[in-house]
Design a protein around this ligand. Structure first.
Ligand code: 13P
Length: 251
Protein backbone atom coordinates (compact mmCIF):
# COMPACT_ATOMS: atom_id res chain seq x y z
CA UNK A 1 0.00 0.00 0.00
CA UNK A 2 1.21 3.51 -0.78
CA UNK A 3 1.07 6.06 2.00
CA UNK A 4 -0.26 9.51 0.97
CA UNK A 5 0.87 12.12 0.16
CA UNK A 6 2.89 10.06 -2.30
CA UNK A 7 5.75 11.75 -4.14
CA UNK A 8 6.88 9.50 -6.97
CA UNK A 9 9.59 10.03 -9.56
CA UNK A 10 9.35 8.38 -12.98
CA UNK A 11 12.80 8.54 -14.51
CA UNK A 12 11.67 7.18 -17.89
CA UNK A 13 14.72 6.47 -20.09
CA UNK A 14 17.25 8.18 -17.83
CA UNK A 15 19.84 7.21 -15.18
CA UNK A 16 21.69 3.92 -15.61
CA UNK A 17 23.14 2.05 -12.62
CA UNK A 18 26.05 4.49 -11.99
CA UNK A 19 23.90 7.61 -12.19
CA UNK A 20 21.32 5.87 -9.98
CA UNK A 21 23.89 5.24 -7.24
CA UNK A 22 25.01 8.89 -7.37
CA UNK A 23 21.39 10.10 -7.32
CA UNK A 24 20.53 8.25 -4.11
CA UNK A 25 23.80 9.21 -2.43
CA UNK A 26 22.73 12.79 -2.95
CA UNK A 27 18.99 12.33 -2.25
CA UNK A 28 18.98 10.31 0.96
CA UNK A 29 20.66 12.90 3.22
CA UNK A 30 18.26 15.53 1.87
CA UNK A 31 15.15 13.61 2.95
CA UNK A 32 14.05 13.62 6.61
CA UNK A 33 13.50 10.05 7.77
CA UNK A 34 9.80 10.54 8.53
CA UNK A 35 8.91 11.33 4.91
CA UNK A 36 10.94 8.60 3.22
CA UNK A 37 8.09 6.07 3.39
CA UNK A 38 5.95 8.26 1.14
CA UNK A 39 8.61 8.64 -1.55
CA UNK A 40 8.86 6.30 -4.54
CA UNK A 41 11.20 6.14 -7.52
CA UNK A 42 10.72 4.30 -10.81
CA UNK A 43 14.19 3.89 -12.37
CA UNK A 44 14.81 2.04 -15.64
CA UNK A 45 14.66 -1.68 -14.85
CA UNK A 46 18.41 -2.13 -15.45
CA UNK A 47 18.99 0.29 -12.56
CA UNK A 48 16.67 -1.33 -10.00
CA UNK A 49 19.37 -3.47 -8.38
CA UNK A 50 21.74 -0.50 -8.10
CA UNK A 51 18.90 1.54 -6.60
CA UNK A 52 18.14 -1.17 -4.07
CA UNK A 53 21.80 -1.33 -3.04
CA UNK A 54 22.13 2.44 -2.79
CA UNK A 55 18.95 2.71 -0.73
CA UNK A 56 20.11 0.11 1.79
CA UNK A 57 16.84 0.08 3.68
CA UNK A 58 16.37 3.88 3.65
CA UNK A 59 12.62 3.34 3.33
CA UNK A 60 12.16 4.83 -0.15
CA UNK A 61 9.98 2.63 -2.37
CA UNK A 62 11.16 1.34 -5.73
CA UNK A 63 9.06 0.49 -8.74
CA UNK A 64 9.37 -0.82 -12.27
CA UNK A 65 8.17 1.41 -15.15
CA UNK A 66 6.67 -1.38 -17.23
CA UNK A 67 6.39 -5.16 -17.17
CA UNK A 68 4.87 -8.09 -18.99
CA UNK A 69 2.07 -10.30 -17.74
CA UNK A 70 3.68 -13.67 -18.43
CA UNK A 71 5.72 -15.08 -15.53
CA UNK A 72 8.55 -16.49 -17.69
CA UNK A 73 9.30 -17.95 -21.09
CA UNK A 74 10.29 -16.98 -24.62
CA UNK A 75 9.40 -13.27 -24.50
CA UNK A 76 12.61 -11.54 -25.55
CA UNK A 77 13.13 -8.17 -23.95
CA UNK A 78 10.31 -8.46 -21.42
CA UNK A 79 10.36 -8.41 -17.62
CA UNK A 80 7.93 -10.29 -15.41
CA UNK A 81 6.57 -9.02 -12.09
CA UNK A 82 8.67 -11.63 -10.26
CA UNK A 83 11.89 -10.49 -11.96
CA UNK A 84 11.13 -6.87 -11.09
CA UNK A 85 10.51 -7.86 -7.47
CA UNK A 86 13.74 -9.85 -7.35
CA UNK A 87 15.58 -6.70 -8.50
CA UNK A 88 13.99 -4.57 -5.76
CA UNK A 89 10.62 -3.33 -7.00
CA UNK A 90 7.59 -3.29 -4.70
CA UNK A 91 5.63 -1.04 -7.08
CA UNK A 92 4.79 -1.11 -10.78
CA UNK A 93 3.83 1.79 -13.02
CA UNK A 94 1.28 0.53 -15.53
CA UNK A 95 -0.48 2.18 -18.46
CA UNK A 96 1.72 5.26 -18.61
CA UNK A 97 0.66 7.49 -21.50
CA UNK A 98 4.02 6.94 -23.21
CA UNK A 99 3.34 3.19 -23.18
CA UNK A 100 -0.15 3.78 -24.51
CA UNK A 101 0.63 6.41 -27.13
CA UNK A 102 4.23 5.75 -28.23
CA UNK A 103 4.18 1.96 -27.92
CA UNK A 104 0.54 1.29 -28.77
CA UNK A 105 -0.38 -0.35 -25.47
CA UNK A 106 -4.14 -0.92 -25.33
CA UNK A 107 -6.52 -0.59 -22.38
CA UNK A 108 -6.74 -4.38 -22.28
CA UNK A 109 -2.94 -4.83 -22.24
CA UNK A 110 -2.55 -2.23 -19.49
CA UNK A 111 -5.19 -4.08 -17.48
CA UNK A 112 -3.48 -7.45 -17.98
CA UNK A 113 -0.17 -6.00 -16.85
CA UNK A 114 -1.75 -4.43 -13.78
CA UNK A 115 -3.46 -7.66 -12.76
CA UNK A 116 -0.30 -9.73 -13.25
CA UNK A 117 1.66 -7.25 -11.12
CA UNK A 118 -0.95 -7.21 -8.36
CA UNK A 119 -1.28 -10.99 -8.33
CA UNK A 120 2.50 -11.25 -7.91
CA UNK A 121 2.35 -8.92 -4.90
CA UNK A 122 3.27 -5.54 -6.39
CA UNK A 123 1.34 -2.36 -5.71
CA UNK A 124 0.29 -0.81 -9.02
CA UNK A 125 0.26 2.87 -9.91
CA UNK A 126 -2.25 2.76 -12.76
CA UNK A 127 -1.98 5.74 -15.12
CA UNK A 128 -4.92 7.30 -16.88
CA UNK A 129 -5.30 10.51 -18.85
CA UNK A 130 -6.75 12.11 -21.94
CA UNK A 131 -5.07 13.70 -24.97
CA UNK A 132 -5.58 17.37 -25.83
CA UNK A 133 -7.88 16.38 -28.68
CA UNK A 134 -10.02 14.32 -26.32
CA UNK A 135 -10.13 17.15 -23.76
CA UNK A 136 -11.09 19.71 -26.40
CA UNK A 137 -13.85 17.39 -27.60
CA UNK A 138 -15.24 17.32 -24.04
CA UNK A 139 -14.38 13.63 -23.65
CA UNK A 140 -11.78 13.74 -20.85
CA UNK A 141 -14.00 12.13 -18.18
CA UNK A 142 -15.22 9.46 -20.59
CA UNK A 143 -11.68 8.49 -21.67
CA UNK A 144 -10.43 8.21 -18.10
CA UNK A 145 -13.48 6.14 -17.18
CA UNK A 146 -12.86 3.79 -20.11
CA UNK A 147 -9.20 3.33 -19.11
CA UNK A 148 -10.10 2.67 -15.49
CA UNK A 149 -13.04 0.36 -16.25
CA UNK A 150 -10.73 -1.81 -18.41
CA UNK A 151 -8.80 -2.53 -15.22
CA UNK A 152 -11.95 -3.48 -13.34
CA UNK A 153 -13.16 -5.64 -16.23
CA UNK A 154 -15.84 -8.18 -15.56
CA UNK A 155 -14.31 -9.68 -12.46
CA UNK A 156 -14.32 -6.56 -10.32
CA UNK A 157 -11.56 -4.28 -9.08
CA UNK A 158 -8.30 -5.35 -7.46
CA UNK A 159 -7.83 -4.88 -3.72
CA UNK A 160 -7.76 -1.13 -2.98
CA UNK A 161 -4.59 -1.64 -0.92
CA UNK A 162 -2.75 -2.81 -4.05
CA UNK A 163 -3.66 0.21 -6.15
CA UNK A 164 -2.94 3.89 -6.72
CA UNK A 165 -4.22 5.84 -9.71
CA UNK A 166 -2.15 8.52 -11.45
CA UNK A 167 -3.99 11.11 -13.51
CA UNK A 168 -1.59 12.30 -16.18
CA UNK A 169 -3.21 14.44 -18.87
CA UNK A 170 -1.19 13.67 -22.01
CA UNK A 171 -1.11 17.36 -22.98
CA UNK A 172 0.67 18.21 -19.72
CA UNK A 173 3.46 15.61 -19.91
CA UNK A 174 6.87 17.05 -20.70
CA UNK A 175 5.23 20.09 -22.30
CA UNK A 176 5.68 22.62 -19.52
CA UNK A 177 1.89 23.02 -19.59
CA UNK A 178 0.45 21.93 -16.23
CA UNK A 179 -3.17 21.25 -15.43
CA UNK A 180 -4.44 23.97 -13.12
CA UNK A 181 -5.13 22.85 -9.55
CA UNK A 182 -8.85 23.23 -10.39
CA UNK A 183 -8.53 20.96 -13.47
CA UNK A 184 -6.71 18.38 -11.35
CA UNK A 185 -9.38 18.54 -8.65
CA UNK A 186 -12.19 18.06 -11.19
CA UNK A 187 -10.59 14.94 -12.64
CA UNK A 188 -9.51 13.56 -9.26
CA UNK A 189 -13.11 13.89 -8.03
CA UNK A 190 -14.24 12.02 -11.12
CA UNK A 191 -11.70 9.24 -10.46
CA UNK A 192 -12.76 9.14 -6.82
CA UNK A 193 -16.36 8.64 -7.94
CA UNK A 194 -15.25 5.74 -10.20
CA UNK A 195 -13.41 4.22 -7.25
CA UNK A 196 -16.45 4.70 -5.00
CA UNK A 197 -18.63 2.90 -7.52
CA UNK A 198 -16.53 -0.24 -7.08
CA UNK A 199 -15.14 0.02 -3.56
CA UNK A 200 -17.82 2.01 -1.76
CA UNK A 201 -17.18 5.48 -0.38
CA UNK A 202 -15.08 4.29 2.59
CA UNK A 203 -12.65 1.99 0.80
CA UNK A 204 -12.29 4.31 -2.21
CA UNK A 205 -10.22 6.53 0.08
CA UNK A 206 -7.62 3.76 0.38
CA UNK A 207 -6.56 4.35 -3.23
CA UNK A 208 -4.31 7.42 -3.51
CA UNK A 209 -4.88 9.53 -6.64
CA UNK A 210 -1.69 11.17 -7.93
CA UNK A 211 -1.37 14.02 -10.39
CA UNK A 212 1.39 14.03 -13.02
CA UNK A 213 2.38 16.34 -15.86
CA UNK A 214 5.03 19.10 -15.77
CA UNK A 215 5.24 19.14 -11.96
CA UNK A 216 8.16 21.32 -10.82
CA UNK A 217 9.29 22.73 -7.47
CA UNK A 218 7.54 25.97 -8.53
CA UNK A 219 4.05 24.46 -8.91
CA UNK A 220 4.18 21.36 -6.68
CA UNK A 221 2.84 23.00 -3.51
CA UNK A 222 -0.31 24.38 -5.15
CA UNK A 223 -1.01 21.06 -6.89
CA UNK A 224 -0.53 19.16 -3.63
CA UNK A 225 -2.91 21.57 -1.90
CA UNK A 226 -5.65 20.98 -4.51
CA UNK A 227 -8.57 19.01 -3.04
CA UNK A 228 -8.47 15.38 -4.14
CA UNK A 229 -4.75 15.36 -4.98
CA UNK A 230 -3.07 12.69 -2.83
CA UNK A 231 0.35 12.90 -4.38
CA UNK A 232 2.44 13.65 -7.45
CA UNK A 233 4.06 11.62 -10.22
CA UNK A 234 7.02 13.57 -11.49
CA UNK A 235 9.05 13.05 -14.66
CA UNK A 236 11.71 15.63 -15.56
CA UNK A 237 11.98 17.26 -12.13
CA UNK A 238 12.58 13.89 -10.46
CA UNK A 239 15.90 13.42 -12.28
CA UNK A 240 17.72 15.94 -10.15
CA UNK A 241 18.03 15.01 -6.45
CA UNK A 242 17.87 18.65 -5.38
CA UNK A 243 14.60 19.48 -7.14
CA UNK A 244 13.10 16.08 -6.27
CA UNK A 245 14.00 16.48 -2.58
CA UNK A 246 12.52 20.00 -2.64
CA UNK A 247 9.20 18.60 -3.88
CA UNK A 248 9.28 15.73 -1.36
CA UNK A 249 9.69 18.31 1.39
CA UNK A 250 6.44 20.05 0.34
CA UNK A 251 4.25 17.00 0.86
P1 13P B 1 6.97 15.41 -16.68
O1 13P B 1 6.94 15.73 -15.21
O2 13P B 1 8.35 15.43 -17.26
O3 13P B 1 5.96 16.23 -17.44
O4 13P B 1 6.49 13.87 -16.83
C1 13P B 1 5.33 13.47 -16.19
C2 13P B 1 5.21 11.99 -16.27
O5 13P B 1 4.95 11.45 -17.33
C3 13P B 1 5.45 11.21 -15.06
O6 13P B 1 5.10 9.88 -15.23
Amino acid sequence: MLRAPVIAGNWKLNHGPSATTEFFESLIPRLPEEIRGTVAVFPPSVSLSAAKRALAGAGIRLGVQNLYWEPSGAFTGEISPALAMDAGATLALVGHSERRHLFGETDREAARKAWAAIEAGLTVVFCVGETLEERDAGRAFEVVERQFEALVGEDGPPSPEALAVAYEPVWAIGTGRTASPADATDMHRHIHSLLSRHYGAGNAGLVPILYGGSVKPENAAELLAAPGVDGLLIGGASLDPVSFAAICGMA
